[in-house]
Design a protein around this ligand. Structure first.
Ligand code: GTP
Ligand code: SPV
Ligand code: MN
Length: 583
């Protein structure tokens, strides 16, 4: 196979001339092809077959031990003007970046096959979808892209029709962390990634294209590319609602997207549209619609079990690729939080004992599965027009401060709520874990341009529509000395219920300086083992702590200088003055 599109053909040849592969292979996206790649990787040792009886068609991949997470310090946005990348991004001059990369990519594929993956982010026949082509020398990347995107012949046909695609080149290089770079050229709509085979660094359709490049395109074309799950919630009256929620990496998106209603919530149905990325577009009537550009999940494995997240657990029983989990004595995958099995080998392949303190799965170990594996997959995930969004929810991992849920006063205040998200860092990115950092809209690692311009773009929607989604903030992670106060997982539906009722004007609220809080009786806690005191603790607003938080947000905003939208600073001042006046 090759292509009738001259631009694509020329580009592939240009890359081949630099990288010098032994051969070029165009992926057609068929199941047979996938099976072929799996077989090849079993031969090379890139994959190991897991217990065929209990985990049919499941495989284990062990990544290089220095290559287990996204690397934000090696991720760059290369715009001609540094200001356009903003203080939120590492920046490199595009000419300097290209020079550096040209040296690194020279002959990097010699002795290897170069795979060409045409892919479509979003339903193949949706006008909201965008195509790309990833060139890679990693069969593991091809197999993951097969499970997670719509790739192959149909995508190529669309690219040939549209004559437009994002260009991504990836090579594992020699996996040397000192020669690892994930570079984005939004003005050229190109991505170059070298030295890592892992997740968001290497599966270029995901964070590199669908967020960093797409957020830039969305700015130019007046839409939004966000780090959001999309969940469908049907109430007992059979009314359906669609909620989009942005939480930082490893803060609960996949879990919320696959939620199972708790006991007592008879008649409620929850289905998944997407678990990580949403593209939001406004129609002529002012309604926001969302598509999930992905077709599969690259999910956090640790903590996945039949009690907390049965849908995800079911989804990974067959046809899954596991990356960096441990193994049991009968060759099943094993991870912390799994209820059964006798683990003996850790993610590095070393035999260790199950003594306390020993960890078998890497904290950022992941599963890759097609979205169709999810028992609660919604067919509307394939709908070309997407789904209408009623509510946007922001959240973070905050052991203190942020209440279980609150609602913004209006859209502009909601933009402040999103821009103010802070969250404790997790293992999803290399670096220290558990430190609160500002992660506006959960997009700190993913916004392909200056956050100040991004907030201005968000604010611009307020004048465009009377039908904007309501904006909320949640925190499942507030702690006391016994650990998490809120049970979380399925019980988060109790909070979503209030959110939906607010969208329908069916629930009251308490007006506070930080936003609208539920009345205590409006969060249904029946059947829950939680005291009234704990509920009060979950909603407690500590004025001094909040004033401190607002001050740290103000200081953060100052980093954005002149580009900072005055409207957002106004929203900030309003909250501070209301806090100061409160008792
Ligand atoms: P990325 O794929 O990195 O973007 O992560 P994500 O936002 O999809 O996070 P995910 O749903 O995979 O959850 C990450 C971790 O948070 C897992 O270990 C979960 O067990 C835990 N978690 C998710 N939801 C809850 C919750 O409601 N309460 C508590 N306490 N933990 C949760
Ligand atoms: C995240 O880190 O937000 C992920 C995993 O979803 S990765 O694909 O590595 O970005
Ligand atoms: Mn993510």
């Amino acid at each position: 196979m090759s292509t009738s599109n001259q631009k694509l053909e020329n580009w592939v040849n240009d890359i081949a001339n630099v990288t010098n592969p032994d051969s070029i292979y165009w992926c057609d996206g068929t199941h047979d092809e996938y099976e072929g790649f799996i077989k090849e990787m079993l031969n090379t040792g890139d994959l190991m077959k897991l217990n065929e009886e209990s985990f049919p068609n499941c495989y284990l991949h062990r990544s290089d031990q220095s290559d287990v997470a996204r690397v934000e310090h090696l991720t760059f946005i290369c715009t001609s003007n540094q200001e356009d990348a903003g203080p939120n991004n590492n920046w490199m001059d595009p000419i300097e970046a290209h020079n550096k990369l040209d040296t690194l990519f020279e002959n990097c594929m010699s002795g290897r096959t170069m795979y060409v993956i045409p892919y479509c982010m979003g339903p193949i026949d949706s006008k909201l979808s965008r195509c790309g082509v990833e060139i890679t020398d990693s069969p593991y990347v091809v197999a993951n892209m097969f499970l997670m995107t719509r790739m192959g012949q149909k995508a190529l046909a669309r690219i040939e029709r549209e004559d437009k695609f994002v260009k991504g080149v990836h090579s594992i290089g020699d996996l040397d962390p000192d020669k690892r770079f994930i570079m984005h050229f939004p003005e050229e709509e190109t991505i170059r990634s070298i030295g890592s085979g892992y997740g968001g660094n290497a599966l270029l359709g995901k964070k590199c294209h669908a967020l960093r490049i797409a957020s830039w395109q969305a700015l130019k074309e007046d839409w939004l590319a966000e780090h959001m799950l999309i969940v469908e919630i049907e109430n007992p009256q059979e009314e359906k609602f669609y909620v989009a929620a942005a939480f930082p990496s490893a803060c609960g998106k996949t879990n919320l997207a696959m939620l199972i209603p708790p006991e007592g919530y008879d008649g409620w149905k929850v289905r998944t549209i997407g678990d990580d990325i949403a593209w939001l577009h406004m129609d002529d009537s002012g309604q926001i619609w969302a598509i999930n550009p992905e077709a599969g999940y690259f999910g956090v494995v640790p903590g996945t079990n039949e009690d907390d997240n049965e849908n995800a657990y079911q989804a990974i029983q067959s046809n899954a690729i596991f990356t960096n989990v441990g193994l049991t004595d009968n060759n099943e995958p094993w991870w912390e939080g799994k209820k059964d099995g006798n683990p003996t080998i850790d993610w590095k392949g070393e035999t260790i004992s199950a003594d306390s303190g020993n960890v078998f799965a890497h904290p950022n170990s992941r599963f890759t599965v097609s979205a169709k594996n999810n028992p609660k997959y919604s067919n509307l995930a394939d709908s070309p027009s997407g789904v209408p969004i009623s509510a946007i929810v922001f959240g973070g991992r905050r052991s203190e401060l942020a209440p279980l849920v609150y609602q913004s006063k209006d859209w502009n205040h909601g933009v402040l709520v999103g821009a103010s998200v802070g969250s404790e860092t997790t293992a999803a990115a290399a670096g220290e874990v558990g430190i609160v950092r500002r992660d506006p809209m959960a997009m700190k690692p993913f916004c392909g341009y200056n956050f100040a311009d991004y907030w201005t773009h968000w604010l611009s929607f307020s004048s465009k529509s009377e039908r904007l989604p309501k904006i909320f903030h949640v925190n499942w992670f507030r702690k006391n000395d016994q650990g998490f106060i809120w049970p979380g997982f399925g019980d988060n539906l109790r909070v979503l219920e209030w959110i939906i009722k607010r969208c329908q004007n069916q629930a009251d609220a308490i007006d506070t300086p930080i936003g609208f809080l539920p009345k205590p009786e409006d969060i249904d806690t029946s059947g829950l083992d939680i005291t009234k005191d704990s509920m009060e603790e979950l909603f407690h607003i500590n004025k001094d702590q909040w004033l401190e938080e607002m001050e740290s947000i103000r200081e953060y905003f100052l980093e954005y200088g002149d580009r900072m939208p005055e409207m957002l600073l106004d929203e900030h001042r309003k909250v501070v003055s209301k806090l100061e006046q409160s008792d």
